[in-house]
Write a protein that binds this ligand. Structure first.
Ligand SMILES: [Ca+2]
Length: 316
């Protein structure tokens, strides 16, 4: 006899990306960055974007101690796409409040890439290479609303190392003119929290928060991944690794009708058939799909159908 099956598929769907707090989901299956983004937009909202240290903590929790997982940050690698940002993500860069030394920023007169900043003479600014070690940098402490000069001749630090120090001991590297006005002493040749980059979030988040582990190579490594201790590393986008999506998993119901031929009544076997179908979907990475049967008022799943016509008979 032919038997008709009505099957419900509960499929994940995209949801509206505006969320008060990012809900992160770690996906262990290794994929390239672009395949990971496709997976995330299909089943959630997008790859993970990170706005601040609180988001970072949630991201680390979602990864559950695992590292080498894509996040939604990608760079064009083009110098012309660079934009200035403050290390403290709540402080917005204002071009009108930038006391550059005349002729700066200048990328070393075009001979090198200068994406970080030091205070030069008279509190004025000069762009410098991020990999250069400095004896002096300025932290900001939010609880005391003070700018703190750290001068350590025995231990030179790069801009990223200075950022890590300030975030661990205080709030962040000094960010914005209001914080610079808190400085009570000469800070000639000290790093502050301004940087520029060409990184953007795949979900178009305006977040300027960055938490790099070390120097970032955007010549060949244009995608970002969560590394050790919540710090980020750049990598070649084609590498396959786990990834972190954001956004709530949404569901929708889809009704699928299947015709099967069987010499016996399949109703007593309906649960076993459903479990086998579910196993097949799970084994083939079909995503977040949950199968259920549609039953009639007699709890009947299968209905007999005469092959020569479409007329259905009541189930046995
Ligand atoms: Ca310069």
């Amino acid at each position: 006899m032919d038997q008709a099956l009505l099957l419900f598929l509960l499929l994940s769907e995209l949801c509206w990306p505006m969320l008060l707090a990012h809900e992160y989901h770690f996906v262990a299956e290794p994929m390239s960055w672009s395949d990971a983004q496709t997976h995330c937009t299909r089943h959630y909202t997008d790859l993970a974007s990170v706005s601040d240290m609180k988001d970072l903590q949630r991201l680390k929790t979602a990864a559950n101690g695992l590292s080498d997982a894509w996040i939604g940050l990608q760079s064009s690698g083009k110098l012309s796409d660079r934009e200035w940002h403050w290390s403290q993500p709540t402080v917005k860069y204002n071009e009108a409040e930038t006391p550059w030394i005349t002729g700066q920023p200048n990328d070393g007169n075009g001979f090198e890439t200068q994406n970080c900043l030091m205070i030069d003479t008279n509190g004025l600014w000069n762009d410098i290479q991020c990999a250069v070690e400095f004896e002096c940098f300025i932290c900001y402490n939010e609880s005391s609303n003070t700018a703190i000069k750290i001068h350590d001749p025995s231990n030179g630090r790069t801009w990223i190392e200075a950022q890590q120090f300030c975030r661990a001991k205080h709030t962040d590297l000094m960010s914005g003119q209001d914080q610079q006005k808190l400085l009570k002493e000469d800070s000639h040749r000290c790093l502050i929290g301004l940087f520029r980059d060409s990184w953007h979030w795949s979900d178009r988040s305006p977040s300027t928060f960055r938490n790099w582990k070390s120097y970032v190579n955007t010549d060949t490594q244009k995608c970002a991944a969560l590394g050790d201790e919540g710090r980020w590393e750049s990598a070649e986008c084609g590498l396959k690794m786990s990834f972190i999506c954001q956004g709530a998993l949404k569901t929708k119901k889809t009704l699928v009708k299947i015709n099967m031929s069987s010499p016996v009544d399949l109703n007593p076997l309906s649960q076993e058939i459903l479990e086998q179908l579910q196993k097949q979907l799970d084994a083939n990475n079909f995503g977040h799909v949950k199968l259920t049967w549609k039953k009639d008022k007699n709890q009947c799943v299968f209905k007999k159908q005469i092959s020569s016509s479409s007329k259905k008979q009541p189930c046995a």
